[in-house]
Design a protein around this ligand. Sequence first.
Ligand SMILES: [Zn+2]
Length: 237
Amino acid sequence: MKPGTSKGRTALRWPLLTLIFLIALAAGLFFRLGPELRRQSKISPAFQIASPILLAGLPTAARFDFPIGSENGAFAYNAQRFTENRHLGDDLNGIGGENSDLGDPIFAVADGQVLFAGEAGPGWGNVIILLHAYDENGTRKFVQSYYGHVETILVAPKQKLHRGEQIATIGTAGGRYWAHLHFEMREFTTPFIGPGYRDDTRGWIDPTAFITAHRGAPEDDVGRPALQLSPTAAAPR
Ligand SMILES: [Zn+2]
């Protein structure tokens, strides 16, 4: 081996190998992080992946209720409906208006499991995402319920829940809005913080229509306690 030639080749080889290594590293990072970075703007069916163990372990929800007010949606009104102004959910409020519903209870709409519970950025405040399984014509299906701007979070990720359990209180996203619940229902099984508004609503479901269509349940399927009228309101006038 001639030392001169070898030294020249080695000097050339190392920058080349370093360059190839850096390109491979960048490509690897892109393929790993790419889907995460694009997730919020582009959600494709490819992201509808959840662990089979998680899906198999989900309780089957017999029925769905509205998340605030009474189980059938009384004592609540919808200030901005699904698809109104490109809205991806319903904005649910107590009937008193403004901040009268601040701190009111938010209930799990059905049996399920907590996928996410935490701070989701300044536009959202605290968010809770639940995943539910249900049977439709003999097929096991999955649906997410999404609770935005909540004040106090009362559940933890991975916790299993029964329909009607209180999961949070109604909030304002740190004073950004009048107190209300931004409530979405989605066909996705993986948790993600969404944009809230979007032209393309594929993957999102009209929450009111879905719950109204899935209210059926056996009479002995006990949900949350009925709303109690105060003694003064119940007294004869
Ligand atoms: Zn909203």
